[in-house]
Design a protein around this ligand. Sequence first.
Ligand code: ADP
Ligand code: MG
Length: 390
Amino acid sequence: MTDTLIASVQAGFEAKYCYAPTGVWSAPGRVNLIGEHTDYNEGFVFPFAINRHTFAAISLRSDSVARVSSSFSDVVHEADVTAIARDAAHDWAAYPFGAAWAIQEMANSLLKEFEATGFDCYIESDVPVGAGLSSSAAIECSVALALNDLWSVGLDRRQLARVGQMGENVIVGAPTGIMDQSASLLGETDHAVFLDCRSLEAQSIELGFAAEGLELLIIDTKVAHRLVDGGYAARRAACEAGAAALGATSLRDVTVADLGRAKELLDDVTYRRVRHVVTENQRVLDTVKALQATGPRSIGKLLYASHESMRDDFEISVDELDTAVETALRHGAIGARMTGGGFGGAAIALTPIEKIGEVSLSVLAEFEALGYAKPDIFAVSAAQGAKREI
Ligand code: ADP
Ligand code: MG
């Protein structure tokens, strides 16, 4: 699969620009195993890079023109590499342009007299778009790694994660955290990235899924994220209000032991929002501990507890996600939960390999019986982070 995509992205580059690329760089999408709505509360997340990748074929040019194109559309987007700014006309090219802009920002703050040259870039990807698997970070990280090499900037992977985030924040205009880029750059085979969103310290933790015969199923419900109705902003506001009422700068500083006091001080809704974040942080810590002490079969309960907390306390699940989770568990998954921001998107189910068929078919049948749209179901494994392919 990887070899086919490398050949195809090279051919795509040649067809667009009429010469061969200098190299091909890849970066994976990611899934968050546990730790939801904890990032903006300076808490813990636990994502891993998946075996779905974006491939970027790139060559430097001798002028300052940056051109990007992809198998997604026929348009070639063009910009002056030294004057990239937020512009609706960039469309999807805002992701690679954002990475090119941010790497220059960081290079300029670290190296004197850094001057970027233009480049041609062509992209192909098998990361599903909008399924909560961060196709956006996969683009940013593949391009950032490529330009870091070609421009000889010498940034390390943590700095490149920050580059991806800055580009997405400033040039795309999406106020996202650094989780996706960290997973895409720091991922290792059969490992997840335990990331402290306050210190940005990251630790690679072995999952042991393969040795235990487990796979992670993604069940993409195809329900579009309904974040526009203010649900996401309201959750963030409740977290801030809860932390302030408890005299904390963020919910990171509130622990499970503080919940009794929180219940007395906060109204019911704010209390439940706070309880989700506080217990979710604890569940991430418990998941890391359980993996190290007793292996991956012992994390199933934590995954489901995370789902219940999002469903009942944070109130961000929808019927399709609940159905996916409950059906998967009934048919052999050892743990399952909704993943991502909520109000739609995908669920994950940690499933013994011999049960993958049964779980998938049962979820499909249940969705059909309930009149829901047909979900996309596929297994992912924890893969190595971004790298130069050729
Ligand atoms: P997610 O990161 O969860 O997949 P986002 O909304 O953050 O969702 O990013 C999806 C956007 O990234 C798409 O709307 C598109 O603009 C861009 N994108 C992703 N993959 C590609 C690709 N292969 N080619 C062009 N654009 C892409
Ligand atoms: Mg994204």
